[in-house]
Design a protein around this ligand. Structure first.
Ligand code: PA5
Length: 465
């Protein structure tokens, strides 16, 4: 079960002068009903493909079959992808595998492979990784919806060359593409070179694709029960079908964050798990919220420069780094805590040094209790200082609850798009960056760019120290 406690977003809990007046929630009901109807219409027309993923029977069966045949053949699975093609898998890995999975021996991993996700094409990391890995026992899952992203394609070219040099024609058996069902260069290569490829449905965008083959295949390969992920997502979808704002958790989340940004001058949305396992869900959410809502124009074409700024944080680590700012700095933030109620692992703190006050009080408690108390203390301190915060609580972190959490935040993002009036599904800014990279990296473009670069560098000398 996932619950959303939003008491501390509301003015009565924050001393009256800060926070959101509960009356505003009632006033937004009619607006939300319109947004809800629009989402239902877009869903019906097939524009919001991520909703359909929970029923994707055939693809899931194909993924399971592939994972069953290939999973234990390889010792390493390496995902090459970036943005929406990587962040969901990283979140799944952190949430649902042993934190030191890749360091466990084969028996401890029940003969499932190690899992690596290499998103950034930094030559230092990438070359060090390729120097270390045994190519002959590695499957590279190259993930790109468009099949043309420069970072991922560069990695593919390097890996393809190294595989061929080492294994000859057998290189094909070490590649698996996840890409658009029809379009793009990866699909073309898959067809021409006989490389297996799984589909990312055309109506599912990168940051909404974690429950497609993008996230499900790597998850299945390392033994994560993918049907439970989908089951949890489906349950959350059912909970979020209500057109009544107070009973729809995704709607409440979206409306409160929207009001905080637009009416309470709080455009910074911090997500702060008090759980290492949920740390990368916050990173995944950061992309989802930023790319979906950060838009120059509304769906009607009006210029708005909309979008809150999502920030990831981690409790208790950031109590010693960021929380001072959250509690006493500007009133420009909301904090969303992510917590797990029942930890599958806890550790008792030994009762040593009972006579030393600074150590004795800890003995007999557990590390889980310490984190929980620290979260509650931070939450109370924030509320006392009039700082808006809310808590999303998972009964336990497991495939079902993680599927539910992904779905909750995806639906909330679509509702928030409706509130801001922007299209949460497109990313014209990202596309512009991709086009510029493409143009510049092309030979003629690169030479021209180098000249401009050098001229700019010369001009900049005056203002550089
Ligand atoms: O959400 C998005 O659409 C983007 O962040 C993409 O996931 C990212 O740019 C990678 O694109 P692709 O999967 O086409 O390589």
């Amino acid at each position: 079960m996932i619950t959303l406690d939003f008491n501390n977003m509301l003015a009565p809990r924050l001393g009256g002068s800060r926070g959101i007046d509960p009356a505003r929630l009632a006033e937004l009901q009619a607006r939300f009903a319109d947004i809800h109807a629009d989402v239902a219409r877009r869903r019906e027309s097939g524009e919001l493909g991520f909703f359909e993923l929970t029923d994707a029977g055939e693809v899931v069966a194909e993924i399971e079959k592939f994972a069953e045949h290939q999973g234990q053949v390889f010792k390493n699975i390496v995902v090459l992808g970036i943005g929406g093609s990587a962040l969901g898998t990283i979140a799944l890995k952190t949430a649902l595998l042993n934190p030191f999975w890749n360091e466990l021996d084969e028996e401890e991993r029940e003969f499932f492979p190690r899992l690596y996700v290499l998103d950034n094409p930094d030559p230092g990391t990438f070359s060090a990784f390729l120097d270390r890995i045994d190519l002959a026992s590695t499957l590279f899952n190259v993930i790109s919806k468009s099949g043309g992203t420069a970072e991922t394609m560069s990695q593919l070219l390097i890996v393809r060359a190294q595989l061929e040099a080492r294994l000859g024609d057998a290189y094909r058996g070490h590649l698996l593409f996840t890409t658009d069902p029809e379009k793009g260069v990866l699909r073309k290569l898959a067809r021409e070179e006989g490389i297996p490829a799984l589909p990312v449905p055309a109506n599912v965008g990168g940051r909404f694709s974690v429950l497609s083959a993008v996230g499900l295949l790597p998850a299945a390969l390392v033994g994560i029960p993918i049907r439970e992920l989908l089951e949890g997502a489906r349950e959350m979808d059912d909970r979020c079908r209500s057109a009544s704002l107070p009973t729809n958790p995704a709607a409440i989340f979206a409306v409160l964050q929207y009001l905080a940004d637009t009416e309470r001058s709080a455009p910074i949305h911090v997500m702060m798990p008090y759980s290492d396992r949920l740390r990368d869900v916050a990173d995944w959410f950061r992309q989802l919220w930023a790319e979906s809502l950060g838009k120059e124009r509304t769906r009607d074409g009006a210029q708005v420069f909309a979008g809150p700024t999502p920030v990831k944080s981690l409790g208790a680590t950031d109590q010693h780094s960021q929380v001072q700012l959250y509690i006493e700095g500007p009133f420009d933030k909301t904090i969303t805590f992510l917590v797990e109620a029942g930890r599958s692992t806890d550790m008792e703190i030994p009762r040593l040094y009972p006579d030393i006050e600074e150590l004795g009080y800890l003995g007999g408690h557990t590390l889980g209790e310490l984190l929980q108390v620290e979260k509650e203390a931070t939450e109370a301190a924030l509320a006392e200082r009039g700082r808006m915060n809310m808590t999303i609580q998972l009964d336990q972190v497991n495939a079902r609850s993680i599927g539910g959490l992904f779905m909750l935040l995806q639906i909330a993002t679509v509702y928030a798009g409706g509130l801001y009036g922007v299209d949460p599904l497109d990313q014209p800014g990202v596309e512009l960056g991709k086009q510029l990279t493409y143009g510049i990296m092309g030979r003629a473009g690169f030479e021209k760019h180098r000249e401009q670069w050098e001229a700019r560098a010369a001009r900049n000398d005056e203002w550089t120290v």
